[in-house]
Ligand binder design. Structure first.
Ligand SMILES: Cc1ncc(C[n+]2csc(CCOP(=O)(O)OP(=O)(O)O)c2C)c(N)n1
Length: 358
């Protein structure tokens, strides 16, 4: 039987920077040198922050930690497109976004050293890390709907991975956002793996971006190792969201160069050659080449930056390790009101600590 085509959907791809340090002149965002330098500095600080966390974990000074090595362009490009009044909802790998949003590194270290107290000290409009995969998608859509009802000119930006797109929460959030046209930007960092599960086994869809089309809004695939492309796509999505155009799903096509977390061994599920290929696509090196061509970057700039960043990180670690967690907080904030069994556990622990101190 002859059929009539009733829908023709497509997904765009955006890439601006090549690997020789050239930007597409038509697509290149108009950013001043100071802003470009801020992007680079934050990417470098994130990498050093991350590396320090891994070392601390190996020395028994930090708990399980998931590195964002290789995803710095996806994180810093999207983060700097947000305004400070926009809501930000992270998963557990968004250290770069958190640093770009001005969350002190000391707090990030305190959190990954095991104290939820850090969440009580987060600056304005930064939500807590979501360890359960995809739950933050619903929170972000809810915050965006609230902002829309209150006629605030803000949006919410939510981060999650390729694996999160298989969760019900993702689909519920996307559906709600599409129906109610909430000002939400969904940033999916497709880093090719959900722990050991490769992207091809996650979904039969050709792209993750196309999932937005089913919910009635735009999905775009962006070169996630190109900080300019990620910035431009996020900025456009935020402008659209704030002018009533509804949500956007941005799929940042990138790669997790490190292990899933410090408890993972990626050599068991992926080939060295694949990692090597992606190492050549290092987002920091790529951006550095561009900045060097523009006369912004040189070796003495790099040496100074590395020195300053390392000092900043050492100071943050020192402060985090000097922090004494408030034990009660672990129990107090599970529910709005502490339940009798949690209260019992809290009293038992406090008693145990008091006895040890004597
Ligand atoms: C609801 C839920 N199910 C399972 C887990 C265990 N888990 C932690 S991370 C992860 C994979 C997440 O993959 P992805 O969303 O691609 O993010 P990535 O870790 O690659 O950044 C899983 C299954 C969890 N934390 N929450």
């Amino acid at each position: 039987m002859p059929r009539k085509k009733i829908l023709d959907l497509s997904v765009d791809w955006l890439s601006i920077l090549d690997y020789e340090g050239n930007a597409d002149k038509i697509l290149e965002p108009a950013l001043d040198n100071e802003t470009l330098e801020k992007f680079y500095r934050t990417m470098v600080i994130t990498r050093l922050f991350d590396d320090k966390a891994l070392k601390l974990q190996r020395q028994g000074r930090m708990l399980t930690f998931g590195s964002c090595l290789g995803q710095e362009a996806s994180q810093i490009g999207s983060a700097f497109a947000m305004k400070s009044d926009d809501w930000f909802f992270p998963a557990f790998r968004e250290h770069g976004v958190q640093i770009a949003r001005g969350i002190p590194m000391k707090l990030l270290y305190i959190y990954w050293m095991g104290s939820e107290d850090a969440n009580l000290m987060l600056p304005h409009r930064n939500f807590t890390v979501a360890i359960p995969v995809s739950t933050q998608v619903l929170h972000a859509v809810g915050a965006a709907l609230a902002a829309k009802i209150q006629k605030q000119n803000i949006a919410s930006v939510v981060y999650f991975g390729d694996g999160a797109t298989s969760e019900g929460d993702f689909h519920e959030g996307m559906n709600f956002a599409g129906v109610f046209k909430t000002p939400t930007v969904f940033v999916c960092q497709n880093n090719q793996y959900a722990i050991s599960l490769p992207r091809e086994k996650q979904t039969a869809s050709k792209t993750l971006a196309q999932k937005a089309l089913a919910y009635g809004f735009e999905g775009i695939q962006v070169d996630g190792n190109d900080v300019l492309a990620v910035y431009s796509a996020t900025e456009a999505a935020l402008l659209k969201a704030k002018s009533g155009g509804g949500p956007t799903l941005i799929e940042c096509f990138t790669y997790r160069l490190g292990a899933h977390t410090t408890s993972d061994d990626p050599t068991r599920y992926r080939k060295k050659e694949e990692e090597e290929e992606w190492r050549k696509k290092d987002p920091i090196k790529r951006f550095r080449t561009y900045l060097e061509k523009k006369g912004i970057w040189n070796q003495s700039y790099e040496d100074k930056l590395l020195k300053e960043a390392s000092e900043e990180i050492e100071k943050a670690v020192e402060e985090a390790e000097a922090y004494s967690p408030v034990v009660e907080n672990m129990f107090k904030y599970v529910y709005a009101e502490i339940t009798p069994d949690l209260k019992e556990q809290m009293d038992e622990l406090l008693g145990f600590i008091a006895k040890r101190k004597r």
